[in-house]
Each structure stands twice: as structure tokens, then as C-alpha cells.
Write a protein that binds this ligand. Sequence first.
Ligand code: SF4
Ligand code: SF4
Length: 286
Amino acid sequence: MKQLTIISGKGGTGKTVIASSLAVLASDKVLVDADVDAPNLHLMLSPQLISQQDFWGAKTAAIDEDTCLKCGLCAGFCRFGAIDDQIKINPYRCEGCGVCVQVCPAGAVTLKDELTGYLFLSQTPYGLLSHARLKTGVAEASGKLITAIRRVAEEMAQKQGMGQIIIDGSPGIGCPVIASLTGTNLALIITEPTLSGISDLKRITGVTEHFKIKTAVCINKYDLNEENTREIAQFCREKNLALLAKIPFDEEVIKSIQKGQPLVSYTKSRTTEALEELWGKVKDEL
Ligand code: SF4
Ligand code: SF4
């Protein structure tokens, strides 16, 4: 089974617009929206919810006040400052590391599972979509949640005999992106010809290089600044990255988003032709 992860160094490059069109063009696949902090792929794919599941992805310390000796050892050892002078836990600071459990002489501390999000499995006109929503204030659990929805997608792909998983990855370069990329066959970076786009492209290729993930690039809205597009192409040559497509700016994109439709289902244009060409090349790279 081949896995493609579509990423960008930051939000706003058109990653999800491109991912939703590839979702239409690809046959034989299960889809994943790995942007669990701000999921939006489902907005383009008209999903019908099949199942929902709670996700308990973190632990928080809890102190039994009747057993506690108020010795303060736990507060002294907690390097996240999650226990105050009154020996009360701040759940937003607690990282669930368990040090307080280890040092407590009275056995007064336990770790409790925390509800950190929800897993969803939906049917779309283009195939199954595994997605999720992270609860607010538990961003540190996003990596585990992404791993969980990817596992669901792998199980479903195996059950249905699907050959591909297409993952709309998280923006940025942090833990959620790494969770989106781990074990994938190809990282497709969507960039745009702006100075910040070039800088983000360089940072995200540092991540894929570090994890030795085969990487290709697509420049979205390339015709908005052809000089910067040439600079990106030069960077790809230097880094030996396949530049798979240059997608033109298209005012129809906004209308397709407003309609909640992937661009390639909404219209036919030179942009959709470029997207079709992109998918052909992605298949070859996979
Ligand atoms: S589990 Fe770790 S972070 Fe949480 S209160 Fe205990 S020592 Fe602090
Ligand atoms: S280490 Fe245990 S007994 Fe001491 S203050 Fe913390 S919870 Fe209470």
C-alpha cells in the first residue's frame, strides 16, 4: 500500500485545495485529513459520517487530597510548574510525565486518561475519509491523534483492498507534521512563489531530508511571481527534488471552495489540467 502526504511549510498555500482535487483524481484510495487542529478537507468532500469515537490521548495527574501529606515534593519535582503551593494540579500545564507519581511518598498521585479528541470515519463521493477533531487546549496530543487516524485509514484500506492512502498533512514543521509524514512513501510539498513560501519550503525540506522521506514539490499560483518561481525551481534542482507541477492562479478556486467542491469536479480549466498532470506524475513517483 502506497502513502502520499501532502504538506506545506505553513497554512494558506492551497494545500487542501490541491489535496481535495487529488482525492477526486485518485482511484483506489482512502483519504486522511491529518490537520487535526483545524481540519477542513471534509468541507470540500461532502462527507457522510459513518462512525465517531472518543480519543483518550493524554494523561493528567490527579491528587487524592485525603491521602496527601502536603510535603510539596511533587511540586518541587514537576518541571512543568503544574503543581502550585496549595498542591493543586493545573491540567493545562500537566504533561502527564508521571514524575509526581514516582516521588510521592504517600501514593497520593495517580495519572488519569484525558479525552483529547474525536476520531471520525466518513464516506465521501470520492472514498472513505479518516479524520479527527482535537479538543482545545491539548495541542500536545495532536501527534497521537494523527497516528490514530492514519491507523484507521490503513485498516480500512486493507479491508477494502485499496492500494493508496492520501494524507492531507498538517501545516508547519512541528510534531503533527512529523506524525503525518512517518512511514509515508512520498511527501508532496505545496509551496507558493512568495518570500515566505520560499523560506517555508526550505524549512520543510529540512524535515523531510532529516527523516529521509522521498520528496517532491508543486508550486501553486506560480504565475503570481515568476521570478520567485524560478528561484524555487533552482532550489529544487540544487536539492535534487522533483518539481512535479506549476499550478496557475485561478479565480475559480474561491468559487469552488464556496460551493464546497474540489476544483477538478467544479470546473475544467488550465488549472485543472495542471492538477491532472500533477496526479499523473505523483503516481509515477509513488
Ligand atoms: S505528571 Fe508530570 S507534569 Fe503532570 S503534575 Fe506530575 S510531574 Fe507535573
Ligand atoms: S508528593 Fe504526594 S504527599 Fe507530597 S504533596 Fe505531593 S501529592 Fe501530597
